[in-house]
Design a protein. Structure first.
Length: 431
């Protein structure tokens, strides 16, 4: 076993339903005892754990914050090289930036290079679990799963399904979508830390036949993810394509696709009846703040989601989002709620850590395994320990308590401040 000594901080409670201070757990000089399988055995003050286990090797991580590994609930693997296309709304950005890049993954050599960069990028950003929006090409999905499997990360992903209104090379008929998805599920779903997510791109590019395929695939107890209510032009276009649907979310719900295993990205322009449906069925929403700001999609109505009991976690939404670091998404989420004034939700540093970690674990059905440091869970962790003399290091040295330290981390930290990342007890960064 190994004993880790650190300032340990996590959010085993729910700050949206409890007092935020009560949801937080922290030890200034804390200890985590981790067994050889990467599972947390004990947690508590370091002195007590060391006295009880004097022969266990100690890894000293003081001088920073040891937090659960970040969870990204919406990120596009094929768009890693498309970050930075600013100045366009959603549909224009897709046509000019995202979709041409996604087409390049038809080449297995290109896809492998992107997959390697993508997995390495997640690790460098402190992300240990992710719901990944995949590629339109089955070969590219095999490549991603192979890379993810070697990395040890918790990755849930799936083939992207579309049969209309995109570039012709990104379209597939229902029969092919079904066959390729079933083959990928058989190969990868439940393999070590890998799982499958049925992934229609969005209702705009997915006919009723594709939705029927998704419903058939969900019978395999896999996950479901897609986009909803991101952009007002998109919402209006979907309404025209599905004239019999009650609203955008109903284009999925009428096929049985809104469940507790469903994660919907964005939902910026949600109606109250959609929120009621999401909350009633236990579906989750991936809030993608930098993407919403970069594309001018709108200000996310977090308070209304909370009022309707809709679970919300964070997504980077790379490549419309501006990077893989979930800490930046948490800070941007805070900014956007401040801009909403009285309609915004009063987020605290405890909320931000919850959104970046345990909320995502709950959204992905991984809360029994990761998301906090409760004994019995896997040791997925990120150590934020900035270089001496840096602005973050100076600020951490002057923090008055753990919550104040968290605030300074979310305000100032970048991936350069991540010293180590662990996935199920395995260190992932060299050095």
């Amino acid at each position: 076993m190994s004993l880790y000594r650190a300032t340990v901080v996590d959010v085993p409670g729910d700050p949206f339903s409890d007092n935020p201070a009560a949801a937080l757990a922290s030890e200034q000089d804390g200890g985590l005892l981790v067994d050889n399988a990467g599972v947390i055995v004990e947690r508590g003050p370091f002195a007590a754990l060391h006295a009880a286990h004097p022969d266990e090797p100690v890894t000293d991580l003081r001088g920073g914050l040891l937090m659960p590994g970040f969870v990204d609930t919406h990120v596009h693997y094929p768009q890693l090289r498309a970050i930075g296309g600013l100045g366009m709304p959603l549909l224009d950005w897709l046509e000019q930036c995202a979709l041409p890049e996604e087409s390049r993954l038809a080449d297995p050599f290109y896809a492998d290079a992107v997959a390697a960069e993508f997995v390495d990028g997640l690790v460098s950003a402190g992300t240990t679990s992710a719901l990944v929006f995949g590629s339109h090409f089955a070969t590219a999905m095999d490549i991603l799963f192979e890379r993810a499997d070697r990395s040890g990360l918790n990755i849930t992903a799936g083939l992207v399904l579309s049969d209309r209104l995109l570039r012709p090379d990104l379209l597939s008929g229902p029969e092919r979508c079904l066959a390729q998805s079933q083959a990928l599920i058989e190969r990868w779903h439940g393999h070590d830390r890998l799982r499958y997510a049925v992934t229609p791109r969005f209702a705009l590019s997915s006919s009723e036949s594709i939705m029927d395929v998704c419903a058939e695939l969900l019978a395999d107890d896999v996950w479901f993810t897609t986009h909803v209510n991101e952009n007002q032009v998109e919402v209006a276009t979907v309404a025209g394509l599905f004239p019999d649907a009650d609203h955008y979310l109903d284009t999925y719900h009428r096929h049985g696709l809104v469940t507790s295993r469903s994660v919907f990205a964005h939902n910026v322009h949600a109606r109250d009846d959609e929120l009621e449906l999401l909350g009633g069925l236990g579906a989750w929403v991936a809030h993608c703040p930098t993407s919403n700001a970069a594309l001018g999609s709108g200000l996310f109505p977090l308070a209304r989601h909370v009022q309707h009991g809709v679970g919300v976690a964070l997504g980077s939404d790379v490549g419309a989002g501006t990077g893989l670091f979930i800490g930046k998404e948490a800070l941007q989420a805070y900014f956007l709620q401040r801009l909403l004034g009285p309609d915004g939700y009063p987020l605290t540093p405890v909320h931000l850590l919850y959104l970046a970690t345990r909320a995502g674990a709950k959204a992905l059905g991984l809360d029994d395994r990761v998301g906090d440091f409760t004994p019995g869970k896997e040791f997925d962790a990120v150590l934020i320990r900035p270089p001496a003399g840096s602005t973050l290091a100076v600020n951490l040295a002057h923090a008055t308590d753990t919550v104040d330290a968290l605030a300074r981390v979310f305000a100032l930290a970048t991936p350069a401040d991540i010293e180590q990342v662990w996935s199920c007890g395995r260190p992932l960064l060299a050095g």
